[in-house]
Design a protein around this ligand. Structure first.
Ligand SMILES: *Cc1c(COP(=O)(O)O)cnc(C)c1O
Length: 423
């Protein structure tokens, strides 16, 4: 049996309707921006393998560090024990985060990093004896993960339909615009005392279609939220580690979050790891004689030493001036390309921030189940590029190591898409 037949027999893929599955591709190796399949074809990974890969696939520096750590200490229970990789990574994250945080709480993916944040914020009020602040404020069109808490604070969509009745109540508001900002503020004024926390994807709503919103108006909104003493949770799972051109998207905003969620690019996209940073004020609400005020949360692989080591190695590469200028070059190239697309009649809402470019095709509905997405993916694969549009939103988010020729191939295939799909 070949790989595909064996796969079909035993594997259930994520976000994939299993009946009449679209063709899937066995990948045997990766190098830099490239993925190689079992037939010898190569594909430029234009979306960094679901937004995680920063320095390219199979990076030898990270691989070597992972290997050495695996030979030294591969895993240890993190309650009652600690280790150098977890401590060193926490120390380092605290120095690069966009404001003052005092503690890092580890988990093992993006959804758990947001679950931890939400639970941390809700129990903060409970520990302080405030039984009124229980609600969460979130944005329409948001995405914070697939576990129940993360789903609850995410937009109600096809992703959550079957679970609708089981999700907890959330106050959803639109991202701020000139038109709605005063209405948003009045919602916060009215509900403020019932709200424990506000969770948001800073400046870019990823899974919601790479929608971007205005930083000045977000500052205004955050001002009001902070005045109402609501805990601000920035979900930087996608935007963190240089994606938006700055180390964290929150650096574009004046008002800093109380809690920051990280994953995806944290390990350069090599190992599963989640981290949630909090301010000292949040932390101190848990430092109590009362055992009931403990934060009862943890995962088997919390702070896995190999994953923490991978994150340290990724940060080594990320802080190298060569990588920083590469991010600048990539951001600039993407910006220029976005400008060149601006007046194209077949598309709308061309937008970019840092290394992310997105736009919508006029054709087809703006919804996730739009089948045009699969057709475009297939077309791009035939042209040696891996793209995975969200409905009719086409976006790219390449690894930072991409070279000029590869980037030009992505731009070329986008032009081909416009010719083929946008009339
Ligand atoms: C991907 C993502 C998550 C979920 O992360 P997983 O590791 O897939 O569980 C949460 N928040 C945002 C903003 C994301 O982009």
């Amino acid at each position: 049996m070949d790989l595909l037949q064996r796969d079909e027999k035993v594997i259930w893929h994520p976000f994939t309707q299993q009946k009449n599955r679209a063709p899937i591709i066995p990948i045997v190796s990766g190098k830099g921006s490239l993925l190689f399949d079992n037939k010898g074809n190569q594909y430029i990974d234009a979306i960094s393998s679901w937004w995680v890969t920063l320095h390219g696939h199979a990076h030898p520096y990270i691989a070597e560090k992972i290997y050495q750590q695996a030979l030294t200490l591969e895993q240890v229970i993190f309650a009652g024990f600690t280790h150098e990789p977890a401590i060193a990574l926490a120390e380092r994250l605290l120095t690069i985060l966009p404001a003052d945080y005092s503690k890092i709480f580890y988990s093992d993916n993006g959804s758990t990093s947001t679950e931890v944040a939400i639970k941390m914020a809700i129990q903060y009020w409970w520990n302080k004896g405030n039984r009124q602040r229980k609600k969460i404020l979130a944005f329409n069109n948001s995405y914070h993960g697939d576990t129940f808490g993360a789903m609850s604070v995410s937009d109600r969509s096809v992703f959550t339909l079957a679970f609708q009745d089981l999700l907890f109540e959330v106050i959803f508001i639109d991202t701020p615009t000139q038109e709605n900002i005063s209405e948003l503020k009045s919602i916060i004024h009215k509900e403020g005392n019932n709200i424990a926390a506000f969770i948001y994807e800073p400046l870019v709503q990823g899974a919601g279609g790479m929608k971007m919103y205005n930083p000045y108006l977000m500052n205004e909104l955050l001002n009001t939220v902070k005045e109402a003493s609501i805990i601000c949770i920035a979900d930087e799972v996608m935007t963190g580690f240089g994606r938006t051109g700055k180390f964290f998207a929150s650096a574009y905003l004046n008002k800093k979050p109380d809690i920051i969620c990280m994953s995806k690019g944290l390990t350069g996209g090599t190992m599963a790891l989640g981290a949630t940073a909090c301010t000292n004020d949040i932390y101190m609400a848990y430092v109590e004689d009362d055992a009931m005020k403990t934060f009862f949360h943890g995962h088997s692989f919390t702070a896995n030493p190999i994953a923490c080591t991978a994150a340290m190695a990724s940060l080594d590469l990320l802080e190298d001036p060569a990588c920083i200028s590469q991010i600048d070059w990539l951001s600039k190239s993407i910006n220029e390309f976005a400008h060149s697309l601006n007046n194209h009649p077949g598309i709308k809402n061309v937008r970019c921030l840092g290394t992310i470019l997105a736009f919508e095709l006029n054709q087809g509905k703006d919804e996730y189940l739009n089948t045009i997405s699969k057709e475009i993916t297939q077309f791009c694969l035939e042209n040696g590029i891996y793209l995975r549009p969200l409905g009719n939103s086409i976006y790219i988010m390449p690894p930072y190591c991409i070279n000029n020729a590869e980037l030009c191939s992505i731009f070329e295939v986008i032009h081909k898409i416009l010719t083929k799909f946008s009339n």
